[in-house]
Design a binder for this molecule. Structure first.
Ligand code: FAD
Length: 421
């Protein structure tokens, strides 16, 4: 089938992967019909500021949108906002919608991303317990934080992953009292490991966060609103507001029984193709094969990073047009807490060596490398933005740990050598 025969592209999901895909379709010259279906009322916006500048009041709502609504009209994109996709008939090429209508597609892109994992403990439905995934969540959290500030009440943050840690940093920056509960022995543990997690524990404590490790939530108490968190150690903590950041899960319920293969998200190959003909997937909800230098087999990963969602959305769009290019990025994400800009490249869930370049205790910028069997699987840096390109080039390379640790060696030179060798 040639490009001109493809009359109808449908994008389900209204996040940044959708935005990237739509722009890529139009810039590649696709002139056919595009429908964007999203259960959110807004056109695609950027979520990263929701736990940072938006809460701090430094990023106004209009700056969240990479493109205004008018852009979609100019690009002749039909918007079906505020309506969820509820089912998919892969044989008939039809997506069923919650308003009992349906849309037919020649090519379909699934970018339904993720949703916050709910806490299931007594009292979890009380008002004042906020999640942070959507703009609506961020609006509600901002309001709850404002009320907490007025009452001089405490904010309890449940979970010291990236969302919880960034929300805690925003609350402290605004002068709110914060307790952060984390069931694991360190913040950000799954991604950074113990040593770097302890660095972040010290950072939050130095900023006045009452950080409780190996301690979770047993119950919430309150009459019309949350007033107290009871921890798993049985301690009651009075509070005015709670932020829950205990992870996200891919949104795939609407695809069950459709024949699209599901695992940890929608399973795709390196061309972003699902198991169903003409159906592609990308972003936080897609599980794809990541191949790094020195790995025998690709690992199947589902990343929850902005850069990945945007680029994979673009890559999927180009492959929907038949360009046949594999998606082979070096994964990248960042996190901002207080005055610390952390950047992370690569992917590592297991490693046997951590090499620190710099001094974690000094408060100065540093970099860290996570190695497995002598190879750099991932690298992160704090306040070393100018090292990012070199760090990316080092992912997958075997470099002597002493050279990585030695601040007198030039990272760019190491990266150039690693690429040649
Ligand atoms: P999503 O953003 O989840 O978008 C999916 C869209 O699909 C949503 O609009 C959803 O409502 C819609 N949808 C779901 N189900 C349906 C359905 N059945 N029918 C129709 N529509 C549906 N990443 C970083 O790299 N750095 C950061 O600092 C960072 N900060 C973050 C801060 C916050 C508060 C959050 C929530 C995320 C942050 N991220 C960050 C992660 C980043 O924002 C995500 O990786 C990115 O948003 C994923 O985009 P996506 O389009 O794949 O999915």
């Amino acid at each position: 089938m040639s490009l001109v025969d493809l009359e109808r592209f449908v994008v389900v999901g209204g996040g940044i992967a959708a935005a990237g895909a739509i722009e890529a379709l139009r810039s590649a010259g696709y002139g056919g019909h595009i429908t964007l279906v999203s259960n959110e009322p807004e056109v695609p916006y950027e979520r990263p500021p929701l736990s940072k500048g938006y809460l701090l009041g430094t990023t106004p709502e209009e700056r969240l949108f990479p493109r205004p609504k008018s852009f979609y009209a100019e690009q002749d994109v039909e918007l079906r906002l505020g309506v969820a996709a509820t089912g998919l008939d892969v044989a008939a090429h039809i997506v069923a919608l919650a308003d009992h209508t349906s849309v037919r597609y020649d090519r379909l892109l699934i970018v339904t991303g993720g949703e916050a994992v709910p806490l299931r403990v007594p009292g979890a439905d009380l008002p004042g317990i906020q999640y942070l995934r959507t703009l609506a969540d961020a609006r509600a959290l901002s309001e709850a934080m404002r009320m907490a500030a007025t009452k001089r009440g405490r904010v309890v943050v449940v979970g010291a992953g990236f969302i919880g840690a960034e929300a805690a940093a925003a609350c402290r920056t605004l002068g709110l009292d914060v307790t952060m509960l984390e069931i694991l022995p360190a913040p950000l543990l799954r991604v950074l490991g113990q040593e770097l997690g302890e660095y972040y524990a010290a950072v939050h404590r130095a900023h006045g966060v009452d950080l409780r490790l190996r301690e979770g939530v047993a119950a919430f108490h309150g009459v019309d609103r949350v007033e107290e968190v009871v921890t798993t150690n049985g301690e009651p903590i009075p509070c005015a507001c709670v932020v829950v950041g205990v992870g996200m899960r891919p949104v795939t319920a609407w695809l069950e029984g459709s024949g699209v293969a599901l695992g940890d998200g929608v399973l795709v190959n390196e061309y972003c193709e699902t198991s169903a003909p003409d159906v592609f997937a990308a972003g936080d909800g897609a599980c794809w094969p990541y191949q790094q230098a020195g790995m025998n087999e690709p690992v199947h990963v589902r990343l929850e990073h902005f850069d990945n969602a945007l680029r994979q959305g673009e890559a999927a769009a180009r492959n929907m047009l038949g360009q046949g290019k594999p998606f082979r990025p070096v994964p990248y994400f960042w996190s901002e807490q207080y005055d610390l800009m952390m950047q992370y490249v690569g992917y590592a869930r297991a490693w046997d060596q951590v090499v620190i370049r710099g001094d974690l205790a000094s408060g100065e910028p540093f970099a860290a490398f996570l190695l497995a069997a002598g190879r750099i699987r991932a690298a992160m840096a704090v306040n070393r933005v100018r090292d990012l390109v070199a760090l990316k080039k080092l992912v997958g390379a075997s470099v002597a740990p002493e050279a990585l640790a030695d601040t007198a060696t030039d990272l760019k030179a190491l990266a150039a050598m690693a690429q040649r060798g």
